[in-house]
Write a protein that binds this ligand. Structure first.
Ligand SMILES: Nc1ncnc2c1ncn2[C@@H]1O[C@H](COP(=O)(O)OP(=O)(O)O)[C@@H](O)[C@H]1O
Ligand SMILES: [Mg+2]
Length: 293
């Protein structure tokens, strides 16, 4: 190619020395893996790390999701995603940390009422820590919903102002409604932001169809899964045949709720499909694995 046929922005290849680290230098900057309790009974024990004890390698429970991880919770509607997000936010707020709750679908005043109810059902006195929840209302402000840089600038402001350590987005799929070809770019941008600001984060993503119920596939679910650190899948199954009734040890007409960790690149994790329960007061609990009873 003739030299003058390069675009104007062409420059001689450049060595980016700041991008090179030897192992010990990189490790000095690596966060120690520790667990963040999620407030969801039965979930925290499903993550683990390997530790050396007297010359032997042992699997030790993390007691939560890895700190600084960005998790995606995906499922069709009414599978318990928002309840899980609320429980997570309440748990962090109760432990004394500040949580940003970005609501994309439901206005903030409705969400806070639901979060307060969640705290009550978890046995906590919400009045004591209610200001640890910082709502960002992207449902009522189209600018935030439709323009990711505005949303991230607003979040950065809130993080600095309130010293926020945790971020919940319900839902990330609501940020690319009607522009799904933008999904990956938007999710990557938001993910990189979480990393830069050392947030431990939960993104909710809505699966459009019930097809392949327990896969992370469909509606943005796929786009999100490859970018974030880990994915949890929630599903509900209507027991419509004797075969299904036997398989799930349920009765015809029952709804069986299921949960699975689809992947986590920051720690070891359980890979089985688990039964899940939503109690009468709207609390999500992860139960034993299928086939264990
Ligand atoms: N306050 C509540 N009390 C009891 N059950 C609830 C409550 N809120 C929601 N549920 C039940 O949990 C289901 C899942 O709710 P939600 O987390 O909002 O679903 P998603 O966000 O996945 O669409 C609802 O369909 C309902 O059956
Ligand atoms: Mg929801």
């Amino acid at each position: 190619m003739a030299e003058n046929s390069y675009p104007i922005s062409y420059h001689e290849p450049e060595v980016v020395k700041e991008s090179i680290f030897v192992g010990s230098e990189a490790l000095a900057k690596a966060p120690e893996i520790e667990g963040v309790p999620t407030g969801i009974e039965g979930l925290d024990e499903l993550f683990f790390t390997i530790k050396e004890k007297r010359g032997k390698l042992e699997q030790v429970s993390l007691g939560g999701i890895p700190k600084y991880s960005v998790f995606n919770i995906t499922g069709v509607s009414d599978t318990g995603k928002s309840l899980m997000a609320e429980q997570f936010a309440v748990e962090q707020a109760h432990r004394g940390d500040k949580v940003a709750f970005i609501t994309v679908e439901t206005p903030a005043n409705f969400v806070i009422a639901s979060i307060k109810y969640r705290a009550l059902a978890m046995g906590y006195d919400f009045d004591k820590f209610q200001d640890n929840i910082i709502l960002i209302d992207a449902a009522s402000h189209a600018k935030l919903r439709e323009n990711v840089p505005d949303l991230l600038a607003t979040l950065a402001y809130a993080i600095k102002e309130y010293d926020i350590k945790f971020t919940v987005i319900d839902s990330i799929t609501g940020l690319f409604e009607n522009k799904e070809m933008m999904a990956r770019a938007i999710v990557r941008r938001v993910y990189n932001f979480m990393k830069k600001w050392y947030q431990t984060a939960i993104f909710i993503s809505q699966k459009r169809s019930g097809h392949e119920e327990l896969s992370a596939e469909a509606a943005g679910g796929y786009a999100v899964g490859h970018i974030v650190d880990g994915t949890m899948v929630v599903a509900k199954e209507l027991i419509a045949s004797q075969y299904a009734a036997r398989m799930y040890k349920a009765k015809l007409g029952d709804i069986v709720r299921l949960f699975r960790i689809d992947g986590c690149r920051m720690s070891g994790h359980d890979t089985k499909t688990h039964y899940m329960e939503i109690t009468d007061t709207g609390i999500v609990r992860i139960l034993g694995p299928l086939g264990s009873e």
